[in-house]
Design a protein around this ligand. Sequence first.
Ligand code: SF4
Length: 415
Amino acid sequence: MSLPIVILPTAEKWDCHQCGICCRGSLVPLNDADVARLESQKWNEHPDYRDTPVMVRYPSSKKRFRLAQRIDGSCVFLKDNGLCRIHSDLGYEAKPTICRVFPLQLIPRDGNAALTIRRACPSSAADKGSPLKEHLPFMQQFVREGRLTTKRVDPPSLKTGEDREWKTVALALETASELLLDQRFPPVRRLVHTLQFASLLSKAKTKRMDDKKLGDLISTLAEIVPEESKPFFSDRQPPGAYAKLLFRSIGIEYARLHPQFRAVPSWSHRVELGRTWFRLVLGRGRLPDVRPAFPLAKWNDLEEPLGQLAPSIDYPLARLIEASSASYIYALADRRGWSVVDSIRGLVATFPIGLWLLRWASIGREPTTEDMIQIVVALDRGQGFAPLTGQLQRLRLHLLANNNELERLIVWYAR
Ligand code: SF4
């Protein structure tokens, strides 16, 4: 049975401004109907695609496909004039589902499917366009026609090795969302409170608790985290050397998702990449050359304080976290083996990563709102990027959460 579609009170906005960014550097998953439609379009008989596959399998699942990309990360169907070949040759209806609805997304949850907007589009990252409710009839029509499903999904595990019913998982997600949006505290404090909530929940011996007791515990944890988090602000400690190393390795993965980055693999590029990892371990020397996405810089440049940012610069990053937490998209995205605790850590980590990337983007000048919009596009793209959704990333976040290094990273890069 289909779930009812709901709009969340987060006032998201979007209209397509035809920048073409979603056709470059984005991974486009295909459902079974998309695969069948593309096969029936017989692209393998088209002169441009005889030796070029238009779909590739995901390494993690032989049954799942995505659109193929060229070596520079652009969609295999993107033409030189910036138009989509499927659209121009066969019409809008012939395109894969995601290409027709992006950046709108339905998140099936417990009892409803939340309609939200991915921020991997610069227009939605800037909240530029019509209110989300104006896009509701379009998505309802899609669901009525059976092109998208809003079927109930199983909840993610609450923490490693602990599966719970939807009611309890939803309570944990709702509590995290309330902590992230609690207007009594400034944004940095809210993030640290939410991380502390995840850490305390992770450490609590809950396996034998019934759902009622666990629900009470979740409510108690939410009440005590502001007090538990005070030491992070009264005694500001910089993150440790190993934490910075892990953090930078995550930051580099996100940097590659910047919409201006064009991967051009070559031997010299691979040698340079090897040197980059060596310098990353040492924490000295040059950052990798990812121009024009980011200017040339040194690792140490990104440790300098940013100072007070204009509200318009903070806004896109704050909205990414706000909209993700309200819809639960961050916890219900397809990341095998991730628990709610892991996903909270992943979401909160986007804040210091965003500010680290902002330092890099604005080396030698003042940061701008446009810098942050492009960075938010990269952060949102991370939701579908294997190096940031797999077990290695989960382990990195787990190691950072140990000894509260993630909290220290937030406070350090918020300077
Ligand atoms: S990235 Fe957004 S604005 Fe740009 S073409 Fe895609 S949907 Fe339209």
